[in-house]
Design a protein around this ligand. Structure first.
Ligand SMILES: [Zn+2]
Length: 458
């Protein structure tokens, strides 16, 4: 990090040297009042303990420059850095680490966790009953990323979701509940994940078509349910910060950014749809500000903490941004793989990989992936942390684009292992890939689309 102390500033007291607890820094620099010493805040303890690991300074050091205004948010940010550093630096026992200080991805442990999450859950999950289809999607998507063939769950899933479909169209979160766009989305992705005609034919497309039409609003957005809220999960709103919010006049948020970019990439190819509707440079600036150091992971909003799930919500924006900048790469040959080595990444892939493998794995008996070390693992974070890890490990290229916006979803995407720079993770820890727009494996997305494209009428 470049210290702002070297720039001339009109408000000299806007920055100061953060005094860290002595047990961590043990830094008795006698010039601590001089701003010029700020770069020397790396923990001596850490340096000594981690001499064996090749960890870039950016992911070892506490931020050299912090805002002079102390608030609850800045204190929590400081606490989060202190929480993550021992995991990043190799001081926490996470089993064997490689030369880069990165522990292995314990795939088997995380698979066991996800299998359990698909079974009966404890009473505390009662409130999550209307979100049941999300658990199907989170678990099945995460298991697919870990290399599991989830077709095994087809029959069970079909039996479970069929009664959740209302005759008026759409899927509810449970039997006898109201249809909702979010649970409909999760259900259809889950059906696509298990694949096969028996799964696809559960969907009553005609009533679904009518129901979707009834949710459409005069301003172009969609309600989430009949009479329900209208937000960016059906539309999009860019804020002054450059990010995307749920609706006009509220704060920009990483998850809404992904929903908006995904939506724009469904209704037209990203290189046309995204710049046409959004201020791209401002959006890139806001997305770039979401990645923190030394943590390496993403936050969802300005002044919020790093959280593993934004590995997907924010990390997943990057392939769509990249495609919107470069447009279709007609001559791209996946076999040659050289373009991936030359590609420039708009975020620190290695920083994100560090955060995920060091801080987001629950390596206790429980398994699963989590927000940060102090949080419990869950199905939601397992899905989106692994999705973000896969996106950091692979490069998605839009090889050809549909002719125009009247053709739905026929852009051709090609995936190659990301080969730029030094690979800091073990090849055994490479995940399966997930489509940058639909967030299910590419062949599953192709299969369900082909099935319905070839079907006459509804
Ligand atoms: Zn989260």
């Amino acid at each position: 990090m470049k210290s702002q102390a070297h720039h001339k500033r009109s408000r000299p007291k806007a920055i100061f040297i953060r005094k860290y607890p002595s047990k961590k820094t043990n830094n008795s620099n006698s010039n601590s009042n001089s701003k010029c010493t700020m770069a020397a805040t790396a923990s001596q303890t850490s340096a000594a303990q981690n001499a064996a690991y090749d960890i870039p300074e950016l992911y070892r050091m506490r931020p050299a420059v912090v805002d002079a205004l102390e608030t609850d948010s800045s204190a929590m940010q400081q606490d989060t850095i202190e929480e993550c550093l021992p995991f990043l630096l190799g001081e926490e026992d996470l089993g064997p680490r490689n030369v880069h200080g990165i522990p292995l991805l314990d795939k088997q442990r995380h698979l066991n966790f996800l299998r359990k999450q698909l079974g009966p859950l404890p009473g505390a999950f009662m409130a999550a009953d209307p979100s049941r289809p999300w658990f199907f999607y989170w678990c099945l998507a995460a298991m697919s990323l870990l290399g599991e063939d989830v077709a095994f769950y087809r029959e069970k899933l079909v039996e479970t979701v069929r009664p959740m479909q209302n005759a008026t169209g759409g899927f509810a979160g449970g039997q006898g509940q109201m249809s909702h766009l979010a649970t409909t989305y999760a259900t259809i992705l889950s059906l696509a994940l298990v694949g096969g005609e028996a799964a696809y034919d559960v969907v009553d497309r005609k009533s679904m078509w009518h129901w979707l039409g009834s949710l459409k609003q005069p301003d172009g957005g969609f309600q989430m349910a009949i009479g329900g809220e209208e937000d960016v999960r059906g539309a999009y709103c860019q804020t002054y910060e450059g990010g995307i919010s749920a609706k006009p006049s509220v704060e920009a948020h990483g998850a809404y950014a992904f929903c908006a970019l995904g939506c724009l990439s469904i209704i037209d190819s990203p290189h046309r749809g995204i710049p046409r509707h959004l201020d791209l440079p401002r959006l890139i600036s806001w997305l770039s500000s979401r990645q923190y150091a030394p943590e390496g992971g993403f936050s969802g909003r300005t002044n919020k903490l790093v959280d593993g799930c934004y590995s997907h919500w924010v990390g997943g924006c990057w392939p769509l941004i990249e495609a919107s900048i470069s447009g279709p790469q007609e001559g791209f040959a996946a076999e040659a793989a050289t373009p991936a080595t030359e590609a420039r990444s708009l975020f620190s892939r290695n920083g994100l990989i560090r955060y995920i493998l060091c801080c987001c794995q629950d390596l206790s008996k429980r398994g699963g992936m989590r927000d940060k070390p102090s949080k419990n693992s869950d199905a939601y974070h397992s899905c989106y942390v692994l999705s973000g890890l896969s996106l950091a490990q692979h490069k998605w290229t839009m090889k050809s684009a549909r002719l125009d916006a009247t053709v739905l979803g026929s852009d051709e995407w090609v995936v190659t292992p990301y080969l730029e720079g030094q690979q800091i993770f073990s090849e055994d820890d490479r995940l399966a890939t997930t489509h940058p727009v639909y967030v299910i494996p590419q062949h599953k997305a192709d299969d369900i689309r082909d099935y319905f494209v070839n079907k006459a009428g509804f």
